[in-house]
Design a protein around this ligand. Structure first.
Ligand SMILES: C[S@@+](CC[C@H](N)C(=O)[O-])C[C@H]1O[C@@H](n2cnc3c(N)ncnc32)[C@H](O)[C@@H]1O
Length: 90
């Protein structure tokens, strides 16, 4: 488990969490978050998977890896700046 996970848990004190991972790649860290922090209600997964980062189809790999949590995640396949400006700061 990566450092910081215990802190998320203690700060949230069991409240339902909504978060985002900016840059998901193969979903390894997203899966660690979902496996280890049980009070995540929603995790937004932001990635634009440009050609440079989608070698070997990283997106398909991530979708498969995160399938057990499909009800908790929402994919936003766009540049992170666009997502932030259009969804969260507008
Ligand atoms: C180093 S990987 C992320 C690894 C992941 N966080 C983990 O720990 O398993 C970087 C990812 O960021 C994504 N990325 C890079 N620039 C981006 C941008 N401007 N908007 C959205 N995603 C971006 C890439 O497509 C890639 O999948």
């Amino acid at each position: 488990m990566r450092p910081g996970f215990d802190e998320y848990k203690s700060v949230s004190k069991g409240k339902q969490l909504v978060g985002a991972e900016i840059g998901v790649y193969r979903g390894i860290h997203s899966l660690e978050l979902l496996d280890n922090i049980s009070n995540i209600k929603k995790l937004y997964l932001v990635d634009n998977y440009t050609k440079e980062w989608n070698e070997g189809n990283a997106y398909v790999d991530a979708v498969a890896r995160l399938h057990p949590y499909r009800e908790q995640v929402t994919w936003l396949l766009d540049d992170s700046v666009n997502v932030i400006l259009s969804r969260w700061l507008s």
